[in-house]
Design a protein around this ligand. Structure first.
Ligand SMILES: CC(C)(COP(=O)(O)OP(=O)(O)OC[C@H]1O[C@@H](n2cnc3c(N)ncnc32)[C@H](O)[C@@H]1OP(=O)(O)O)[C@@H](O)C(=O)NCCC(=O)NCCS
Length: 284
């Protein structure tokens, strides 16, 4: 049965609705995550209503003025298969195209993938959500990120993501400063960085990037040591076999798949082979 969803901008007063919908989907976001989405791009955040009932959310943002990212496509279970998800995607795509964006990306759940395929999104590569537990590992050469690390971290992130995400990474690091880490060589060159944010049911390593497998291993171990005995999630990219091997070694088990998809062009693919954990499906 089709419906004609009404769309409007999502505002702070909608956070209880947003939290209810993500809880119904069994997702891990907190209110702080939603506030960050609003802070990044308030005009790209939408609520859908059917017959006066608020029942769906979507958030879109723009990285570097080049790539649009869509996430948090959530529809209340009672109102699925009525075109609400498609309408929310339509609002995000229209918003992004209106800002001149020709490359739009997302990480699709198996539930979302058929919706996006019908809209013309195609697969880029596969990801896996892995679940594990914090353990007492040695810190290696990993240290807490300091303001002087931010320049090199943002430069490496731009290389790996293909576009700059300075506003996102700065904000994640500011929200949980003791959980943002870097790994450097003996001569002080940056070899990688890792950040972790709290979720409603688990810590989420997001992101972890390293120029070599041993640096990725040190960063993930130091991160896990900071989440002692607590549940931890990470989303790894299958383009980086070292990340999957490391997750296996650290006892992280498969939870669910995601598919990185894009609509339109993909001129900034970045270097996914250096990703040990993405920044989550919320922002890729
Ligand atoms: C994914 C989700 C947002 C889809 O919302 P929705 O409002 O049901 O989607 P639509 O009604 O617009 O679906 C459009 C078309 O996509 C396809 N589709 C949607 N859900 C599908 C499913 N579960 N299985 C197969 N095809 C599906 C169908 O072709 C559908 O058209 P039809 O109902 O006329 O056959 C919703 O299922 C949901 O909230 N799931 C949980 C959260 C989630 O995984 N979100 C995606 C994050 S990437």
């Amino acid at each position: 049965m089709s419906a004609t969803p009404q769309l409007r901008q999502l505002v702070e007063a909608d956070l209880p609705l947003a939290m209810d919908l993500k809880l119904l989907a069994g997702w891990n976001q907190t209110e702080a995550d939603w506030r960050r989405f609003l802070w990044l791009c308030p005009e790209g955040c939408f609520v859908a209503a059917v017959e006066g009932r608020d029942c769906g959310t979507a958030v879109a943002t723009i990285f570097d003025g080049k790539v649009g990212w869509i996430a948090m496509i959530l529809v209340h279970p009672d109102l699925r298969r009525r075109g609400v998800g498609t309408a929310l995607m339509g609002a995000c795509i229209e918003f992004l195209r209106g800002r001149g964006i020709s490359s739009i990306k997302l990480d699709a759940t198996p539930a979302g993938k058929p919706v996006y395929e019908l809209l013309g999104f195609v697969d880029e590569y596969q990801l896996e959500r892995r679940q594990g537990t914090g353990r007492a590992y040695a810190q290696g050469t990993v240290t807490t990120l300091t303001p002087s690390d931010l320049g090199p971290v943002l430069a490496l992130d731009r290389e790996v993501c293909g576009v700059g995400r300075g506003n996102l990474l700065r904000r994640i690091a500011e929200e949980n400063p003791s959980m943002a880490r870097v790994c450097r060589s003996a001569s002080g060159d940056l070899r990688g960085y890792a950040m972790v944010r709290p979720g409603s049911s688990a810590w989420h390593v997001a992101p972890c990037v390293a120029t070599a497998a041993d640096a990725g291993a040190q960063l993930l171990r130091a991160t896990l040591a900071g989440c002692l005995d607590e549940p931890v999630l990470l989303d790894l990219v299958l383009e980086n076999p070292d990340a999957a091997a490391l997750a296996d070694e650290l006892g992280f088990t498969f939870q669910r798949p995601f598919t990185r998809m894009y609509l339109g062009e993909n001129p900034w693919p970045g270097r996914p082979e250096l990703v040990y954990a993405t920044s989550g499906p919320e922002k890729g």
